[in-house]
Design a protein around this ligand. Structure first.
Ligand code: HEC
Ligand code: HEC
Length: 318
């Protein structure tokens, strides 16, 4: 695999595979990511090493937190049970779920229960986690009272150690540093050219990611192996911000805002598993969830084809 070889040579692959804590914030390019606004709460989540060393935490609780960490980092161990694509939680929540501008997950433990616009009611942390299973992992979430859900909740809560409850003004939360307003011209051909130059070496010429010895090294960006049409990442503005602040791996912040938008537009103009909220008609589903889908390309026409107009839910049983 020549592309992986060349990565080993330029060191990026090494950074990814062997250093656990690659410094995404001040990258090798020296690019600085957006600062928090004055007055925002900044959190430094504890490290797994500190958990292992900690003698004050009850050993049974420690086991449960470590199990949650393991599920978060390698959600693929539940492929065919909770997960029906090739992603893990850490594929989008980088830095083990603690990194700023990579949607750090700990705020779910300090800001929920709260009202959520996506589903219009007050959500628990279990429901928030379940949402990422259903959409981002195209999956079926673990039961709220299961040991697997408990361990994930414990991992989120432990990451939040020391953070104030119901503080909503959090620096580096989410991905969305670019805002929701796209620059005027988004064009698939422009995005494709950038993709081939800056992303294909890891994510594959056709967005399908790269596997080695049947182990996924780089995750797919579209198709059955990736997030579905209802996932937050399928919104162009969300993907644009994720890309700007996290990709290419090892060089976060190196793309211009416009390049990040063009790439997000191009990637999210590709087919992926059906939105689990599908009503049987893509037009209907787009309209019914317009608050969400106004930001996706679902139900819009690309090269004469209506995106999302299919029954394909990937590997997930219908
Ligand atoms: C395909 C990418 C993707 C994957 C994979 C993914 N998520 Fe998410 N997650 C998102 C997006 C997008 C958001 C919303 C971020 C925003 O609001 O800007 C999010 C938000 C969250 C939040 C809320 C964070 C907050 O600020 O309140 C939690 C908790 C969370 N995810 C947990 C998980 C867990 C646990 C998994 C694995 C079971 C997972 N996610 C897998 C994309 C993903
Ligand atoms: C050096 C390899 C590498 C390069 C180059 C790279 N990525 Fe990634 N990308 C990754 C890895 C690895 C992950 C998952 C993070 C993890 O598992 O730690 C990822 C995750 C993602 C995700 C979220 C997960 C998914 O599968 O949807 C998106 C979107 C993404 N990359 C887009 C891009 C874009 C756009 C570019 C080009 C600007 C790019 N990447 C360049 C390695 C790379």
């Amino acid at each position: 695999m020549t592309s992986v070889k060349s990565l080993i040579i330029n060191g990026l692959f090494l950074m990814f595979c062997c250093s656990g804590a690659f410094a995404a914030q001040t990258s090798v390019s020296g690019v600085i990511l957006p600062d928090a606004k004055p007055g925002q709460y900044i959190h430094n989540p504890p490290t797994i090493e500190s958990l292992i060393k900690n003698k004050k935490i009850n050993p049974e609780l420690k086991k449960v937190i470590l199990k949650g960490y393991d599920i978060f980092m390698n959600t693929q161990q539940f492929r065919g049970k909770y997960v029906f694509n090739q992603l893990s939680c850490k594929s989008c929540h980088m830095g083990e779920g603690g990194l700023a501008w990579s949607a750090p997950v700990w705020p779910a433990a300090t800001t929920l229960p709260d009202f959520r616009g996506k589903n219009g009611h007050v959500n628990s942390i279990e429901e928030r986690i379940a949402g990422c299973f259903s959409y981002s992992l195209n999956g079926i979430p673990p039961a709220y009272d299961s040991a697997d859900m408990l361990s994930l909740v414990a991992y989120h809560s432990w990451l939040a150690t020391g953070a104030p409850m119901y503080e909503n003004n959090i620096g580096g939360r989410g991905f969305s540093s670019l805002g929701k307003t796209k620059p005027v011209f988004l064009n698939d051909a422009v995005g494709e050219k950038l993709y081939q130059a800056k992303c294909a070496m890891c994510h594959g010429d056709n967005g399908q990611g790269i596997e080695q010895n049947e182990r996924l090294v780089f995750p797919p960006l579209w198709g059955n192996g990736s997030y579905n049409w209802g996932a937050g990442m399928s919104r162009v503005f969300t993907a644009a911000s994720f890309i700007k602040n996290n990709m290419p791996l090892g060089l976060p912040g190196s793309l211009s805002d416009e390049e990040a938008w063009q790439l997000a537009w191009f990637i999210n103009g590709h087919e992926r598993p059906q939105d689990p909220r599908f009503t049987g008609s893509v037009e209907n589903t787009r309209e019914g969830f317009y608050n969400f889908h106004q930001h996706t390309r679902y139900g819009t026409v690309l090269n004469g084809v209506l995106l999302g107009d299919h029954q394909n839910s990937g590997e997930k049983p219908n």
